[in-house]
Write a new protein. Sequence first.
Length: 496
Amino acid sequence: MIGDNLPALIVVIPLLGAVIAPLLGRGQGPWWLATVVCSTVLALSGLLLTRVLAHGTLSYALGGWVPPIGIEYRVDRLNALVLLIVAAISAVVTLYARLSVAKEIAPERLRFFYSAYLMCITGLLGITITGDAFNLYVLLEISSISTYILVALGRQPQALRASFNYLVLGTIGATFLLIGIGYLYLATGTLNMTDLAVRLGEMSHNRTVRSAFAFIIVGASLKLALFPLHAWLPNAYTYAPSAVTALLAATATKVGAYILLRFLFTIFGLELSFATLRADVVILLAASVAVIVGSLAAIRQDDVKRMLAYSSIAQIGYIALGIALVSVTGLSAGILHLFNHALMKAALFLALGCVAYRINSTNIRDLHGLARRMPWTFAAFTAGGLSLIGVPLTTGFISKWYLLRATIERGWWPLAIIIIVGSLLAVVYVWRVVEAAYFHPPAESAKAIHEAPAGLLLPTWALVLANVYFGIDTQLSVGTATAAARALLAAAGGTP
């Protein structure tokens, strides 16, 4: 039955699409294929999340080989939620890509773009659903290589350099992960994540395991772009095509956060991760600096795309803060912000892509008075900015509220102050864009500028409305995040 093979289909369908896309020529065929594939994956991901919430963790043995001998796809509340994020964002961005990508990439390259695009999605979905550590590394490389190609297709000359820097740092991160996974296999003789967790339970003082821990956490943090391992992110986001930037900002770093969560809690467990090696202290310091430094760097940028890129570094800091609090409320906040930041940052980058579509620029000085010519675009940007700040009735408020609650529960008031200061700094850089668009007189050349086409506005507003909806109805986001946090802590050995 199809229902019994949902975990495999979620990865196989986009993989087949990536193979078929280059064969469809220069027309709209590759885009139509990508749209059908991503819509199908979204439907399957929603169905899989429903099943997990109703029946608990699902296990799927590839090829009928029973784990830990064979590769297992294992779906619990955490990765079912991340699967939904990746699938939903990719489906919306694909709709947006028809006009945006056609303007930014040469027609003869479009079929290869959609092939790399679907291959990237294949890797991200596979990383999230696999229960095998080495399979995770393979799928990480698939998504990474595809991402390097997508970034390099940007229309500015700097895109190639940004892609090369991303390749170098991404390869270092992947190598660290591979070395760590190799050490785990050397120490335990298994690669199945569930089996690893059992065998590592009494090996917290094993030097090989500790070395594996260090390599894996550094590698995952580099993929996550956690400060100070974030150097690849600003240029990659700035010079990639608009649709690619939205996809990466909303999914790639979120999957990186998922990898960190999976290894810290499911595989290594609380005793090794937080009692023995005190990863929480290191992550807490890095995350706190990321919130402030990322926000300050965003304020100094004149290119709005780069501004939002540095903002992502700060927002990743919020996710990491939740992880480092190692409590149900804190972990819920981190997982919740993983979900919410995907919605808000994708909406912002898509709105900015609408601007770039019309004026071929994202520099703040070129936005003067444009809100009068592109009212729907800048209304979308403003709404996304309010969510980024954390204004009530938006998704950003919900996750920051839970994060504040978690810090107060632990009595860590300095962290609460950092969260509030980070939000106030977000007001500053969001206001810079709003002021330029709404309160500066338009240039003479702006009279010829028109609103972005519906093909770009509709996907953008779908995400804007999602930011409001999930800021009001939190049953899915908060409920799933809290259940996932409790399950992670219980599987890891209970709250410390």
